[in-house]
Design a protein around this ligand. Structure first.
Ligand code: MSP
Length: 527
């Protein structure tokens, strides 16, 4: 069994189907993984962030055919024109991007199948049942709905509201049932293996009901990875897609690299938690590999009360938001407004309101007024901090507490809470400036030392905010960092260590600050 480094952080998103272009539900998974990985990386933890695309299977094959191209051409087009550009749209700092059509994936999948076959965990049998192409999943009869209207007489997938297909074919099966007790033992030994608790309970109940073996090959399609011991079959798309987490990190080709990274934290939407918390660890157990460190299931973005999806015509492209509000606001909004792990409703009104109150009037206004006052009253030079008063010390205390609490929240996968904590700094410093009235102090030289203290305290709080908010809003914080002159006085923003960012008195006195353009400009609203 490979040994892993317990003090590293390897986070992976699901790999995305390329049958269609990205919507904000996909983007939500991506920005959460990105903020978490940036936070860990900036905390000095060796970090690896993996994302990618899921390109085989019936769904993609049919879409390609409907568009008159080969599945490979379709996948290449979607990856290059839509999925890779999403990384830029959202400002993602992923370390790798895996496509399941890459050779490194295909060869390792074959190796994995051979291993399980040799170990006796794969056998041939007959599959008869229902298949939803939208989900790329075999469905138990009990989960299906009765069709009405145009679908009268058919059984419908409850997710897609479309008829399932009846399948009857010779398949290879993975002996998943063998791992029922091992899985239950894993969930019991590691209570935070599946989060949140609601999903954990659901999974435990599901496994307790007993596990069937899993059909892992298909003989009626050819768009997939050939089963190495039977060229008439391709691998079931989910079975090979799950393997991306280890094929991308060197399993089967670079054991040393793999041992450094594995196991991963799997960030998934709750609709695919079962694949990641049941099938995936069972596959790994069969191969003698460690299960993931954790499977964290986030909720759905709802539009009009329903899971947003392209198939239900409620999909919103991420660029519709980023073109207007920018990528920082996109990242901030979804990570702040929705409790991570719960569903959240998206609305343009809510997004605009948060942009206005939290970003433009909150952080943005605080940064511009402090920078402007330092230019106006102190010639753009960071003043010294003369002996602090209780009011200054209170800000220092907020910085310390808020950063520690935000750090704990990020380690607990609660970015919404981390942002709430950091916003205490924004609110307290805004209130402090209003109370201290530096503009009144500036009128009388007798208050020069107090004015220095108020300006210094505010600048140092901005320094701390720039560091701790950089995983969430990389662009605005790097502008702020430049304005604070901090890349000269303290070095690159990405190298600032987050756990100490709440210490007070870090910004060196005497260093020059520069101008700051509005971090979050007003948005012209269509009337
Ligand atoms: N290809 C599979 C995953 C294979 S991983 C080995 C897949 N792809 S997907 O493109 O359909 O979905 C990818 C992710 O996007 C999932 O985590 C899913 O939950 C998430 N979302 C899709 N729609 C969503 C919302 N409306 N809201 C939040 N996330 C949603 O499943």
């Amino acid at each position: 069994m490979a040994t892993s480094s317990s003090d590293s952080f390897f986070i992976a998103t699901p790999i995305f189907y390329v049958n269609d272009v990205p919507h904000i539900g996909h983007a939500y998974t991506e920005v959460a993984a990105d903020a978490l990985s940036r936070w860990m990386r900036q905390s000095g933890i060796p970090t690896w962030f993996l994302t990618g695309t899921d390109e085989h299977g019936q769904k993609i094959m049919r879409t390609a055919l409907a568009n008159g191209v080969t599945p490979r051409e379709w996948a290449d087009r979607l990856v290059e024109q839509s999925w890779k550009p999403l990384l830029k749209t959202l400002d993602l700092a992923n370390d790798d991007f895996i496509r399941t059509t890459e050779e490194r994936h295909e060869s390792a999948v074959k190796k994995f199948l051979t291993l399980l076959h040799d170990k006796g965990f794969i056998y041939q049998g007959e599959y008869e049942g229902f298949y939803c192409v939208g989900c790329e999943e075999y469905k138990p009869l009990a989960d299906l709905e009765d069709g009405a209207g145009e679908f009268e007489g058919s059984k419908l997938c409850p997710v897609h509201s479309r008829p399932v297909e009846v399948l009857k074919e010779e398949n290879y099966f993975f002996k998943m049932s063998t791992f029922q007790q091992d899985l239950l033992d894993l969930y019991a030994a590691q209570p935070d293996f599946i989060q949140p608790t609601s999903v954990r309970n659901e999974i435990i109940a599901f496994v307790n009901r007993g596990l069937d073996d899993l059909s892992i090959s298909r003989s009626n399609i050819d768009w997939g990875i050939e089963v190495p011991f039977d060229s008439e079959h391709v691998t079931y798309v989910w079975f090979e897609a799950l393997l991306n987490y280890i094929t991308a990190t060197g399993w089967g080709s670079d054991d040393e690299a793999f041992a450094k990274k594995w196991p991963a934290v799997q960030l998934v939407g709750k609709d695919i938690a079962r694949f990641h918390a049941v099938i995936w660890p069972a596959m790994l157990m069969a191969a003698g590999l460690q299960p993931p460190k954790k499977v964290f299931a986030h909720g759905w973005l709802l539009v009009g009360g329903e899971k947003m999806s392209k198939s239900k015509l409620t999909g919103i492209a991420p660029t519709e938001i980023t073109d207007v509000f920018g990528s920082d606001a996109f990242r901030y909004y979804f990570l702040r407004a929705i409790t991570f792990g719960s569903d959240g409703s998206f609305s343009w009104e809510d997004l605009s309101a948060r942009y206005e109150s939290d970003l433009a009037n909150g952080l943005g206004n605080l940064a511009s007024r402090v920078i402007a006052m330092v230019h106006r009253y102190r010639g753009g030079v960071v003043p010294a901090l003369p002996s602090p008063t209780p009011a200054d010390r209170a800000i220092a205390a907020t910085m310390k507490d808020a950063v520690a609490a935000a750090d704990a929240a990020m380690h607990a996968f609660a970015p919404h809470e981390a942002l709430g904590e950091l916003w205490r700094i924004v609110e307290d410093v805004n209130g402090y400036i209003t109370e201290q009235e530096p503009w009144v102090m500036a009128k009388d030289d007798a208050h020069a030392a107090r004015l220095d203290a108020v300006l210094y305290t505010s600048l140092d709080a901005l320094r701390s905010l720039a560091v701790t908010l950089s995983p969430f809003m990389p662009q605005a914080t790097s502008k702020l960092w430049e304005a604070l002159g901090a890349s000269h006085s303290l070095g690159p923003l990405a190298e600032q260590h987050i756990p100490e960012a709440g210490s007070f008195g870090v910004l060196p006195e005497g260093s020059a600050i520069s101008e700051l353009a509005a971090l979050f400009p007003r948005i012209e609203q269509d009337s």
